[in-house]
Each structure stands twice: as structure tokens, then as C-alpha cells.
Design a protein around this ligand. Structure first.
Ligand SMILES: [Zn+2]
Length: 374
């Protein structure tokens, strides 16, 4: 009673509402930037059972925004530090941990036992997966996304009369066209804002109060300090939630979103080069142009000796300086921008092009562990 006194004082919550919160279960996919405020606030609010899905470990670069984790947690599993933090916030809450990625094979099984699903991930395949799974299971999917100084939030719930994520975005953007926060950057406070909005929607849905963000998308621009609201319509032809659905179970979301399968040799090969193969080429003194298409600030943090820096944006200005028949190896942080650079050069008539898989991040992991990472 003392812990929840401020809730009990709210006529729309009261003892009955607090009991509802205790009886409720929520699944939060991701224990990162969005998952941090979601999990902390929902635990503090007394939501009885909270599931967390995350397979990552805490990295120093996470701490600028992922307030579930502290400096002493660097190198630990995110789930372990999240569990400790949530236990400290509210020991009366049951925390279920799923040390795995949320994938087509396990998604239905994991989400099946929760009332509400909150998507705290920052990639398209998981967004489509979590939205589809929630449509199949008739559970609300609370969506949030962030990049740089902007974020957005909505509740996808066709069973409550609203659209699903596919109604809003039937086709994923081309792979690599939308940077992830790791490449594009994000203001550290922003996920706190958007994740908190998601947590508010979860509590409203559990309590059955107010007007849920169903059929509406709220966009927040921190620099202009502007909230804008867009109407989202349910698409009657949606392949998942439409009148005649053609997708009735989870599909291959990596393929749908054009993401190359991680660590799959089959999809690598043509046009790509592993960091180990790049090392051998350099060691053997082969003649080729190693083009680093990252930004100057990234180059200042770390670079491979012998590489040439030409940021992706200024690539067209420099193309005519290079021999179109010569070999060019392209590098960025993780392999996305360099894949885009490869397409640009290919279209301009260059023929011998290779993209370094995993970028300089993979180089720092596998070839040169002394290299500074970011
Ligand atoms: Zn739909």
C-alpha cells in the first residue's frame, strides 16, 4: 500500500487498478535504450511479470542512454544487470529472462504467455516479426523507434480495430538506407523519452483507461521540441491483418528486409570480403585501393593503415580519380554504408569491387583487438 500510494490516490487506478497491474504480464524485446525506461518504469509501477529478451552484453558505448546498466556492468550480460537493477527497483515483480535474440523460431513461444508486447529493438526484421507475432496472438504491440534527435511511438493492435506495423510500412526500406543508431547516432536522452511513452501506453492498456495510441503515430522532434500526430489506417489488403491474410505464421524476416544472414558463408562470397581475407591481402602486398567510406570523426577514432578516407556522401566527387578497372575494397563501420558505396561505384562502371563484411568493427574484433572501438 505504501509503495503504490501515489497510484492508489488516482481514482482511475486505485486498489483495483493496482491489482490489475500486479496480475499483468508484459514482454519487452531488448534491454537497451528503449528497454531501459520501459523495464524500470513498469517494474516500479508494479506490473507483476516482466519478460526481457536480449542476448547482448553491456558495452561502454551503451551507457550514454541505457540506464538499466552501470559502469560496473560493462562486459556482463545485459539480462544479468537488468535483473539486478529491476530487483532493486521492485523485488515484488517477477522478471523472466530470455537470453536469446527474438527470432521467427522462438517468437510465438516467448510472446505467447504475455498480455502486452513492447518492441524496444532498433532493427526492421525484429519490428516486422514482433508486429506479425502480436497480430497472430491478438496482443497489442507497442512500437517505439529513435534516431538522432527524433523518435516515434504507436500501438499496433488490429484486434482492437487499429492497424499493424505492416499497414504503416508494407515494404521495408532498402537494406542500409536507414542507418541504425550505432551509425547514425542518437541523443542519449531520447530513448528515455520514447521508451517512457511506450511504458505509459502499456499501463493504460493494462488498466483499460484513457485513449490508447491505436491508429495514431506520435512523432517527437527534440530539436524543434515538436510533437506531431499522424493518423494510421488499417489496410484491408494487409497480408497479415487484412481481410484475406496471406501470412499466417512468422516468415524469414532477414530475407524480407534484405539483411544478409549473419555468419552465413552461403550469402557471402561474391562481392564480399571477410576481415581475415582483407588482412591476408594487405600482408601479401596486393595492389588495390582500400576505401574507407566512414566520416572523419570515425577515422580519427580508428582506421586501417593504408586505407583512404572518402566519406560516402562525397564519393561521387572522387570517382573520376580512380581506375575503373582497378580493384577497390570498401570499408565502413559495419558493412552497410560500404555496401551502398559498392552499388554506387558499380553503377558508375567500376568492375572489381569488394565489400568488407562487418566493417572495421569486425576488424577490431577479429584482427586487431588493440584497435579503439566505438
Ligand atoms: Zn496490417
Amino acid at each position: 500500500m505504501a509503495r503504490y500510494a501515489r497510484h492508489l490516490a488516482l481514482p482511475a487506478v486505485g486498489v483495483e487498478g493496482q491489482r490489475r497491474l500486479k496480475a499483468a504480464s508484459v514482454l519487452c524485446i531488448g534491454a537497451g535504450g528503449l528497454g531501459s525506461p520501459i523495464a524500470v518504469y513498469l517494474a516500479a509501477a508494479g506490473v507483476g511479470r516482466i519478460g526481457l529478451v536480449d542476448a547482448d552484453t553491456v558495452d561502454l558505448s551503451n551507457l550514454q542512454r541505457q540506464i538499466l546498466h552501470g559502469t560496473g556492468d560493462v562486459g556482463r550480460k545485459k539480462l544479468a544487470s537488468a535483473r539486478d537493477r529491476l530487483r532493486e527497483v521492485n523485488p515484488h515483480v517477477q522478471v523472466d529472462l530470455y537470453d536469446t535474440y527474438f527470432r521467427a523460431e522462438n517468437a510465438m513461444g516467448i510472446a505467447g504467455s504475455y498480455d502486452v508486447v513492447l518492441d524496444g529493438t532498433d532493427n526492421f526484421p525484429t519490428r516486422y516479426l514482433s508486429s506479425d507475432v502480436c497480430v497472430f496472438l491478438k496482443k497489442p504491440n507497442i512500437y517505439g523507434s529513435i534516431l538522432r534527435f527524433e523518435g516515434q511511438c504507436s500501438v499496433f493492435a488490429p484486434h482492437l480495430g487499429g492497424p499493424c506495423y505492416r499497414c504503416m510500412l508494407p515494404e521495408p526500406p532498402p537494406a542500409g538506407s536507414v542507418p541504425a543508431c550505432a551509425e547514425g547516432g542518437v541523443l542519449g536522452v531520447l530513448p528515455g523519452m520514447i521508451g517512457t511513452l511506450q511504458a505509459i501506453e502499456a499501463i493504460k492498456l493494462i488498466l483499460g483507461i484513457g485513449e490508447p495510441l491505436v491508429g495514431r503515430l506520435v512523432h517527437f522532434d527534440a530539436l524543434k521540441f515538436k510533437f506531431r500526430e499522424f493518423k494510421l489506417r488499417k489496410d484491408p489488403h494487409c497480408p497479415v491483418c487484412g481481410e484475406h491474410p496471406s501470412i499466417t505464421e512468422p516468415v524469414d524476416y532477414d530475407r524480407f528486409c534484405g539483411v544478409p544472414a549473419v555468419g552465413s558463408g552461403a550469402d557471402a562470397g561474391e562481392g564480399t570480403l571477410s576481415v581475415a581475407a582483407l588482412k591476408s591481402k594487405l600482408d601479401a602486398g596486393e595492389r588495390f585501393l582500400l576505401l574507407d567510406v566512414r566520416e572523419p570523426f570515425e577515422w580519427d577514432i580508428c582506421h586501417i593503415p593504408g586505407a583512404k578516407l572518402v566519406p560516402l556522401g562525397s564519393l561521387p566527387l572522387h570517382m573520376n580519380e580512380w581506375d575503373r578497372a582497378g580493384e577497390i575494397v570498401l570499408l565502413c563501420k559495419s558493412g552497410l554504408r560500404s555496401a551502398k558505396a559498392l552499388q554506387l561505384l558499380k553503377a558508375a562502371g567500376f568492375v572489381k569491387l569488394l565489400n568488407v563484411e562487418g566493417g572495421i568493427a569486425a576488424w577490431a574484433r577479429e584482427v586487431d583487438p588493440t584497435m579503439a572501438r566505438y
